[in-house]
Every structure is written in structure tokens, then in C-alpha cells.
Design a protein around this ligand. Structure first.
Ligand code: UTP
Length: 290
């Protein structure tokens, strides 16, 4: 069994829910306190044992690439001022994990973005982390939980969370095979953005996956689905006809930074967790309660 050492982060979408901000700045660069969303995601990959990351961008999103490179001017400025902590902060990540980039020329959907990673995956299973979903794992990073499930099953695993019936139409929804219980479930089918009447469960795919390379065969011929987009969920359904696919309930909290509410919630929660900011944030919350 091949170990999971590669991760793919699609970040080439237009982020229309966050306009006008996303006209010039990618939503993946939205700061949670002082750190871009996508940096949290790359750090999750690193803490999960991933050695190589591919970020999928478009030509208007070069600042993501800039963020993961070396800024020589800034580094020499910080060195000249003896700002060693800040210098370490900007140099650390590029030295710990290999981050590569590729371009999705046309925004045809998540399935199409993932297909751009075929040569990077090079026939190996890989982790997929959506560029606008941040997780805080309770016991360990979300991707590490999925890698453990992959090591157990040797199959694709979809990270899930339970959503309300009103929200099922925003997600890919899983149908476990009958009578399965527990957090790791073998799936019978998946459906993208079902109506509440169509939804087979409330188990929603929450932006974290382990996929076997066979997925690319289905993505290559995948017809457009919901919203006229090439949907990854549709190809995962086809993959199930050939290989087992599992879902794992992620033990942790997810923030959908691409939605305004998710972004605001992350700002509050992350500030409350920070030693330097928790009392200031608490004070702000108390003031606004009145
Ligand atoms: P979303 O559907 O949340 O992103 O995709 P979006 O389409 O950019 O955003 P809205 O809905 O218009 O606000 C989840 C992730 O997949 C990437 C996005 O950048 C995001 O990180 N994505 C989506 C692509 O890379 N390519 C696509 O064609 C679509």
C-alpha cells in the first residue's frame, strides 16, 4: 500500500460569495487574524505527514504563489533590524514543505480542478484539501484522521460532518451501506447538492478527502452536473462501481471561510484561542452584547 505523501489544494475558483473582495484578492488569502486561510491548510497538510503540496490556481491568483515563496527584500530587511522572530515566521514554511503550483485555465468546477493534479499525483493516492475550508481537529489534524482511515481501508475516504436538513443542498451527501454504524462507514452512493427530499442522509462531505488515482479516469470523461460544473462527487459515485469508498466523520470543527459567516466565526474563535488577543476579543464581544 502506498503511503499518502502528496496533497492537492484547489484554489482556482472565483469566490463569488465573497465579492467584491475576491475581485482582486483570492478568498484563500482571507486572513484569519493574521494568517492567510491557505496557510492554515498547508500547515494541516504538513502536520499530517504530507511532504509535497500542489496548489491549483488561476492566472489572477499569483499572490498565493508569492505567499509560499521567499521574499528576499523582506527577509534582508528583517535580518538587518534583528527581527529574528518575524524572520523565522516568513522563512519557516517554504523550508519545511515543498509547495508547487499549476493552473486551471477555465473554472469548470471542482472535478475539473482536481483533474489538473493528475501528473502531480503520478499514479499515487493523495489527500485533497479544499482551499477555503479550515479545520481545527480535536485530537489530530483532519487530514491525519483521514490518512489513518486510508491506512486501515486501503480505499478512498471522504471526510464528513453532520449538517441540518435545510443545509443538505449545499453539499455532497453520502449514503452509507445499510446497517453501518460508527464513524468510518462504507458508502453505497453520494449525491451532489440534493434537495432535502432526495438526501439519503445528513452526512455532508466537508472539504477533506483521500482519493485513489483511479478517480482521474472518471474525471476525464465526467459530464457537467449540478450548476453546469464538473462535479467531483459525480466521479466519486462512478468510482464506487469499481472500488470501495468510505466516509469518516471528522473529529473537529470546520470553518467555511468562503462564506461570510464562516469567516467571521473563524475570526472570533481563533482570536479567543490566542494568548495575545483573547482578552481583547472577549472585551469586544461583551461590549457588543450590551
Ligand atoms: P467553491 O465552490 O467553494 O469555490 O469551491 P468558488 O466557486 O470559488 O466559490 P463561490 O461558490 O463562487 O463563492 C471549493 C474550492 O475549490 C476551488 C475553489 O477555489 C475553492 O477553494 N475551485 C472551485 C477550483 O479550484 N476550481 C473551480 O473551478 C471551482
Amino acid at each position: 500500500m502506498k503511503p499518502i505523501k502528496k496533497a492537492v489544494i484547489p484554489a482556482a475558483g472565483f469566490g463569488t460569495r465573497f465579492l467584491p473582495f475576491t475581485k482582486a484578492v483570492p478568498k484563500e488569502m482571507l486572513p484569519i487574524v493574521d494568517t492567510p486561510t491557505i496557510e492554515y491548510i498547508v500547515r494541516e497538510a504538513l502536520e499530517s505527514g504530507i511532504e509535497e503540496v500542489l496548489i491549483i490556481i488561476n492566472s489572477e491568483k499569483e499572490c498565493i504563489r508569492t505567499h509560499f515563496g521567499h521574499n528576499r527584500l523582506l527577509e534582508s530587511f528583517l535580518a538587518s533590524k534583528n527581527k529574528t522572530a518575524e524572520l523565522e515566521m516568513v522563512k519557516e514554511l517554504p523550508s519545511k514543505i515543498k509547495v508547487e503550483f499549476t493552473y486551471q485555465e477555465e473554472q469548470l468546477g471542482l472535478g475539473h480542478a482536481v483533474l489538473c493534479a493528475e501528473s502531480f499525483a503520478n499514479g499515487e493516492p493523495f489527500a485533497l484539501l479544499l482551499g477555503d475550508d479550515v479545520y481545527v481537529g480535536n485530537t489530530m489534524p483532519a487530514t491525519k484522521q483521514l490518512i489513518q482511515a486510508y491506512n486501515q481501508t486501503n480505499a478512498s475516504v471522504l471526510g464528513t460532518m453532520e449538517v441540518s436538513m435545510e443545509d443538505v443542498s449545499k453539499y455532497g451527501i453520502c449514503k452509507p451501506i445499510q446497517n453501518e454504524t460508527g464513524s468510518l462507514l462504507q458508502l453505497e452512493s453520494v449525491i451532489e447538492k440534493p434537495t432535502p427530499a432526495e438526501a439519503p442522509s445528513r452526512l455532508a462531505i466537508g472539504g477533506r478527502y483521500i482519493l485513489t488515482p483511479r478517480i482521474f479516469e472518471y474525471l476525464k470523461t465526467q459530464k457537467r452536473g449540478v450548476g453546469g460544473e464538473i462535479q467531483l462527487t459525480d466521479s466519486i459515485l462512478s468510482l464506487m462501481s469499481e472500488e470501495k469508498v468510505y466516509s469518516l466523520a471528522i473529529d473537529g470543527k470546520r470553518y467555511d471561510i468562503g462564506s461570510k459567516k464562516g469567516f467571521l466565526e473563524a475570526t472570533i474563535d481563533f482570536s479567543l484561542q490566542r494568548e495575545d488577543l483573547s482578552s481583547a476579543m472577549q472585551e469586544l464581544i461583551n461590549t457588543h452584547k450590551k
